[in-house]
Ligand binder design. Structure first.
Ligand code: PHE
Length: 345
């Protein structure tokens, strides 16, 4: 009996030393295999008497069962260990922060443009869009820039192939829009009707050969045009003052119309604003060019300047955006630095 117990114990020890399923199967063979120790003991039974066979056989069987139980237990333990190793190797660390795809947002100048469109829209202005590659007529000729007049040199122009140019201002939209408007109402007008007023803004990109902290070769303007039978400089003042109050969300600001010159307006004025409080208080800041539309420009619309009159303005949309958000370098708008842009979400 002690001999059998010793075999069971050594089987248990051998099994627990096995660290892989293959080790375990080898250890099993030593005890339960064809030439294993238990098998050898069973073979020895043949030489015993019937009674001895019975009791010895039963004892051997019990030991064999004990060894098989130990084997099953170890197999389960090894399988579990293996599973654990596998799980660890394939583990997903769900606590790792995900990689987010950032949400885009509108550029500050686009936000301003939308705001400007909304404000003038509420005053009954249409919004028009036009080409950035222009021809000489719309950019200069229709606007009363004489052929060889030094006024053309006021704008350092980017010329492109075929005599075309990148528009130096949004003013070419005055003629483009007005001519269409006049065409639309021509029949009614020749039957004696008065033309419905032209009231439009044209926001967009403009280009000049210029580059420093306050000038970029590409910049944004918003053109405004209001033509009717009785539209005066006083209306320009009212409209522009209202616009500034709404745009900057304050009435605590002064406007100044400073005499100036443009070939397409007469009289002409630069519009300056001055905040009465806040970080920019006390400084006059130029925001737009403006004036009463020149009779020759009205004529080029296809209208009689004796009958139709009005005003135009062109404001710097980047400038307005800088003032609204307190940005002091225009180049920040065009660098595409996400740290700057994400502040306007
Ligand atoms: N086009 C002028 C500029 O770019 C601005 C302007 C527009 C002036 C309309 C008067 C009337 O400087």
């Amino acid at each position: 009996m002690t001999e059998l117990n010793a075999i069971v114990e050594s089987a248990r020890a051998a099994f627990s030393l096995a660290v892989t399923p293959a080790d375990l199967e080898n250890a099993k063979a030593q005890f339960l295999g064809k030439t294993g120790r238990m098998t050898e003991l069973m073979k020895g039974l043949g030489a015993l008497s019937v009674d001895e066979k019975k009791s010895r056989g039963a004892a051997i069987n019990l030991s064999k069962q004990a060894i098989e139980a130990a084997l099953t237990e170890r197999r389960a333990a090894l399988a579990l260990a293996e599973l654990e190793v596998q799980l660890k190797a394939e583990a997903l660390d769900v606590t790792l922060a995900g990689r987010k795809r950032g949400m885009g947002s509108l550029h500050p100048v686009s936000l301003s443009m939308e705001r400007i469109e909304q404000i003038f829209g509420s005053m009954g202005f249409d919004v028009a869009d036009g080409p950035e590659i222009e021809n000489d007529w719309y950019n200069f000729g229709a606007l009363n820039f004489p052929e060889d007049h030094p006024a053309r040199a006021m704008h350092d122009t980017f010329y492109v192939e075929g005599g075309k140019l990148l528009r130096t201002h949004t003013s070419p939209m005055q003629n483009r829009y007005a001519v269409q408007h006049v065409k639309k109402h021509k029949a009614a007008m020749s039957a004696g009707a008065v033309m419905p007023e032209i009231r439009v803004i044209a926001p967009g990109r403009t280009y000049r050969v210029d580059s420093d902290a306050t000038h970029s070769p590409m910049f944004h303007q918003v053109e405004g045009l209001w033509i009717g039978q009785n539209v005066s400089f006083k209306d320009l003042k009212v409209v522009f003052t209202d616009f500034c109050h709404t745009f900057f969300e304050t009435k605590d600001l002064e406007l100044r119309f400073r005499p100036s010159y443009f070939p397409f307006t007469e009289p002409s004025a630069e519009i300056d604003i001055q905040f009465q409080s806040g970080p920019l208080a006390g400084r006059w800041l130029e925001v737009a060019g403006s004036g009463q539309v020149h009779p020759r420009v009205v004529e080029n619309f296809g209208l009689d300047p004796e009958q139709y009159i009005g005003f135009a303005f062109g404001m710097g949309a980047d400038r307005l955006t800088m003032l609204r958000y307190g940005v002091n370098d225009l180049r920040l708008f065009f660098d595409g630095d996400i740290r700057f842009l994400s502040q306007f979400q």
